[in-house]
Structures are given as C-alpha cells and as structure tokens.
Design a binder for this molecule. Sequence first.
Ligand SMILES: [Fe+2]
Length: 208
Amino acid sequence: MTEITMSRALELFETGYRRLIDEQPKFYYSQGKSFKSHCCLVACCAEIIASRLPHIDGRKAYIYGLLHDYGKMIKDADNEMFFHGLTGYDEFMKIGYPDIAKICLTHSFTNKDFKLSDYSYPHRDLQKTRRLLSKMEYDDYDRLIQLCDLLILDFDFKTLRERIEFIKLKYRVSSLIIKRKYREALHLKSYFDKLCGCDIYSLLGVKS
Ligand SMILES: [Fe+2]
C-alpha cells in the first residue's frame, strides 16, 4: 500500500475543492465555506487527540480527517440521493489509497450493522456499504474520525448533543435513531476519554 504524503493529501483536497467551486456552485455558495472549515477542523481535531495517543500517528490522523468527506466534492452535494462515503471510497480505491478509502466509508457508521431504513440514501448504495463494512475491522483511526466528525459543526468544535441535534434537523432523522446515534457517540467519546486520560471536551476547549 502506498502511504500518502502530506503534500499529496493537500493537493487532492485543494483540487477537489476547486472542482466543487467550478462544478457545484449552488453547494459552494450555500455551504462551501463551512464544508471546507468542517474538513480542516476534523483534521485538526484528529491531530490534537492523536497527540495524546502514542499508537496513533498525528500526521495520518490529520490527513484522514481532511479527506474523510472527499466524496462530497466529487458528486453533486446538493443532491443528497447518493452516499458520499461510498463515492469517496470508490475514488480512493481507484487512485490507490485503500486506507483513506476505508475512512471515507467508515466515518458515518459508528454501528456497522445498521438498518437500511435508518438512512435516506439509496438502498443499493447502503447494501454495498454494508457488504464492504462487514469485511472491515474498525481500528482506532476509524473510531477517531467518527468522533471528530461528530465534534465539528460549521466553524467550531461543538458538543455531541449540539452536533446530533443538527443532524436531526438537517436530515429529518427519527427520534429513535437520533437517540441511538447519540448513545453511540457518547460511547465513542468515553472510549477516547479513557485512552487519552482526560475529557476530550476539555482537551478541545468545548464548553459542555
Ligand atoms: Fe464530515
């Protein structure tokens, strides 16, 4: 497996972002800046948490955070009828970075055995995702990016409750699913609280 360099990762991100500006102007004008900030903050968040964990490479964590939503820059992000994780996965497999491909796919699924009805993406995408996930072992990089993705909203670090509340309103997810997602998110946080030996909110300066 080829290990990606930082300059290549930044180049991919910048090229993808320029393509988003050119090809998805509606998305760019409505959410482009907060999307870019989200990716950069997930990267920073992952690197900060990694600095407390000797078994996690901070550079790799930063790159994974930066590129986890890469799929959104490829397809029409205004059209929510596609699953960006799968798009990112396919793209990174194609260009030879299977570890980043895995992050693109796993970052949305704290629970691998999700029900198709839990999501509004096409069933064909979800079935393929479930099939791929069933062959993957989650490691601490997957869990780290899942957590960081849930700690960023727009231009700042937020509590899990605030982020999950946003998901509920944006994607119109049922209360039952939201409760489960929140439980899974808290579980992830306490997993990293223990690993880091501190409260992740204090580490990031999040007011809870
Ligand atoms: Fe994200």
